[in-house]
Design a protein around this ligand. Structure first.
Ligand code: SAM
Length: 436
């Protein structure tokens, strides 16, 4: 699964699970409303909860369809592979699956064939050539738009500087294009089930983020240099299937919905986990390229789509999602609204002392944001005296402005909703404080 996701909670999973464990039992329904990389949702699933997740970024839906929603390893249609390569690819994948970490539970559960088939389809994406695809099915949109030698990779910045996008080396961009052309052909033939399409896209995204010429997000790329990683040849490899397995059925993922709406569709749940954006950074712009890969097989008119890309980064503005959580003026009222609209027993919020709406990170710690959240979570929507705040130190590697790594605190805020507010949706105003 993807690893370079801003604000992903991979480093505090242990602490989060300990908190969840105090408020929910195995089999209970829990919710991850800003699921991003799915790091927390997948840890919840592994801990035995029934998980509902949603994020405005489509990449989160795709990872969720691939790994969160299934309870077993799905079957893939091996006849999609060219007959002359099928047996070899399958034999190689079977060897891989039998020996590699992350497949052992699938093997023990008797899903070796299914895991090998998925892996073989992913391996083919690494090999497919122009000659293997019908004329007209091969497109070079990624090469043309996001690599220096592409015909429409020029950009002009708001300040008037010009250049060419260099998210990928030419060779890597062409490999991504061949993989996407094959995936599009398979998807449009109607023979690629959604969990299989999602698995292949998740495997492609993981390969892409390893060779992207970025400092982590796709908001921009180094204008005059290459990240060493971007010079490595891309290698698309089927991701481990063990995270799919679960004794609990009924996991659910929203398809890039606004969580302010998604929350209203959820059945009662023990835990509502909220990890919203804490500052101005819009995730749909930061990860537009991974979202585009996820959308590619569904775009009817690719010519039209790519004719509209703009900004230095080359995003089609129609894909943009402007999050109200990225504005200090609406952050707190929207947090209050999702807490009020959730049929949740306990609310757990992640926050941090790095750069947030009320702190520029540079002048030392400023607890304004924490204090506002505390005011919300000790207000009339919550049971008196249930509020807790945990702090976990971690190094922040934020690279803007040439700053060095510094210690910030990950905050985990917990409070129990008042009984009447947890089994039904909350009361009208929920005691949401006003923010100037
Ligand atoms: C701090 S990140 C979450 C990281 C996640 N917990 C993880 O471990 O990867 C915040 C997320 O909120 C999402 N987001 C922002 N506004 C949203 C909204 N209104 N509805 C749904 N998701 C939203 C962003 O796309 C982003 O993935």
């Amino acid at each position: 699964m993807i690893q370079r996701y801003l604000g992903n909670k991979g480093r505090v999973l242990g602490q989060l699970l300990a908190v969840f464990g105090g408020h929910a039992e195995r089999g209970d329904h829990v919710v991850d409303l800003f699921s991003g990389s799915l790091a927390v949702s997948m840890a919840m699933k592994a801990a035995g909860y029934r998980v509902s997740a949603n994020d405005a970024n489509l990449l989160s839906y795709v990872i969720g369809e691939a790994f969160l929603v299934p309870s077993t390893v799905p079957e893939a249609d091996l006849s999609l592979l060219p007959a002359e390569h099928r047996d070899r690819l399958l034999a190689e994948s079977r060897r891989h699956v039998r020996g590699a970490t992350g497949f052992d539970v699938s093997v023990a559960a008797g899903r070796t064939d299914e895991a090998s088939s998925l892996h073989a389809l992913a391996a083919w994406l690494n090999e497919v050539t122009v000659a293997d695809l019908p004329t007209g099915a091969v497109r070079f949109d990624i090469f043309n738009t996001y690599s220096e030698d592409g015909e429409r990779s020029e950009f002009t910045s708001l300040r008037g500087s010009t250049g060419r996008r260099r998210f990928f080396s030419g060779a890597n961009a062409r490999r991504i294009d061949l993989a996407l052309s094959q995936l599009r052909l398979w998807a449009r033939s109607g023979r690629l089930d959604e969990p299989v399409r999602a698995y292949l896209l998740a495997s492609l995204m993981r390969a892409v983020e390893k060779v992207a010429n970025t400092q982590g997000t796709f908001h921009d790329f180094p204008r005059d240099k290459w990240d060493q990683r971007a010079l490595n040849p891309i290698r698309i490899e089927g991701l481990p299937t063990d995270p799919m397995l679960s004794d609990i059925a009924g996991h659910r993922v929203g398809k890039a919905e606004d969580s302010r709406d998604f929350v209203k569709t959820l059945e009662p749940h023990k835990i509502l986990y909220l990890d919203p954006p804490y500052n101005f950074r819009q995730y749909s712009a930061y990860y537009f390229l991974l979202n585009l890969l996820c959308r590619y097989t569904d775009i009817d008119d690719l010519e039209d789509y790519f004719s509209k890309v703009t900004y230095v980064r080359g995003q089609n503005p129609e894909d943009d999602f402007v999050s109200t959580f990225c504005r200090s003026s609406s952050f707190l009222s929207d947090m209050g609204a999702v807490m009020r609209d959730a049929a949740a027993e306990t609310v757990v919020v992640s926050y941090y002392t790095g750069r947030n709406h009320w702190s520029d990170f540079d002048r030392g710690r400023d607890d304004t944001g924490l204090n506002l959240l505390r005011e919300l979570m000790t207000g009339s929507m919550f049971d008196a005296d249930t509020f807790e705040a945990l702090e976990v130190d971690r190094l922040n590697y934020a690279s803007y402005g040439g700053y060095r790594a510094r210690t910030v605190q990950e905050l985990i805020l917990v409070a129990k909703k008042r009984k009447g507010d947890s089994d039904a949706r909350g009361s009208a105003d929920g005691g949401i404080p006003e923010v100037a």
